[in-house]
Design a binder for this molecule. Structure first.
Ligand SMILES: *[C@@H]1O[C@H](CO)[C@@H](O)[C@H](O)[C@H]1NC(C)=O
Ligand SMILES: *[C@@H]1O[C@H](CO)[C@@H](O)[C@H](O)[C@H]1NC(C)=O
Ligand SMILES: *[C@@H]1O[C@H](CO)[C@@H](O)[C@H](O)[C@H]1NC(C)=O
Length: 187
């Protein structure tokens, strides 16, 4: 009895300490207590700059709201004024590697019967097959046009198409506990 009580007390104490420590870190602030900057968009690739190839994420700076006290990324405990960076956060981004959507689609439409679109996107085996069968007698060419147009078939290196940032890109929309509604710029 005495043993189990002290175990419970110990666990309570540990979780109490963990709660205190976690609550002090700026990166553990709750939604609405901070605002993260939008990623910078590269004109050339029409995607976020510094998008990492391996994780498809980029770092953005986040600013705790006015009057919030927390431990920032340098380890100093201070009060924020609403425009100072408190921590950095990884957000997902589109990693591109120079494959243009328009180019792929045009190659598929006009040269797809020779498999040129597949060679361009990095699928030489399918490309060769299409080349030697005249695009599976044009049927495979038609299928590929549709697959590329719907962005089901993407470059083989795992990159996303270079496509206007506000263009007809396909984004799978999902929500989780990190989802927040971006306030309008006038706030
Ligand atoms: C940070 O400062 C606040 C008040 O200024 C204090 O309550 C809190 O315990 C401090 N946190 C750390 C980790 O020093
Ligand atoms: C917040 O503090 C920074 C310096 O730490 C200063 O440059 C900035 O003007 C301040 N912003 C406001 C809104 O007070
Ligand atoms: C973001 O991800 C990279 C690579 O996984 C990592 O090195 C970096 O520390 C992360 N940054 C933050 C703020 O979590």
């Amino acid at each position: 009895m005495h043993q189990s009580l002290s175990t419970i007390q110990f666990l309570l104490a540990v979780s109490f300490v963990i709660t205190i420590c976690r609550g002090d870190q700026c990166k553990d602030l709750l939604m609405g207590q901070y605002y993260c900057d939008d990623p910078v968009i590269d004109i050339e690739t029409q995607a976020e700059v510094n998008c990492r190839e391996d994780t498809h994420t980029t770092e953005v700076s986040c600013k705790p709201a006015e009057e919030i006290i927390c431990v920032d990324f340098t380890g100093s405990n201070r009060t924020f004024n609403g425009s100072e960076v408190g921590f950095y956060k990884n957000v997902s981004c589109r990693w591109t590697n120079g494959y243009h959507f328009e180019t792929s689609l045009l190659l598929s439409i006009f040269l797809g019967m020779f498999g040129v679109d597949r060679f361009y996107l990095g699928y030489p085996a399918v490309g060769l097959l299409k080349f030697s069968t005249l695009g599976f007698f044009f049927l495979g060419q038609l299928v590929d046009i549709l697959l590329i147009a719907m962005q089901v078939v993407k470059p083989s290196d795992g990159s996303e198409y270079v496509i206007d940032y506000y263009g007809a890109g396909v984004t799978k929309v999902s929500m989780n506990t990190d989802t927040y509604i971006k306030p309008p710029d006038s706030w």
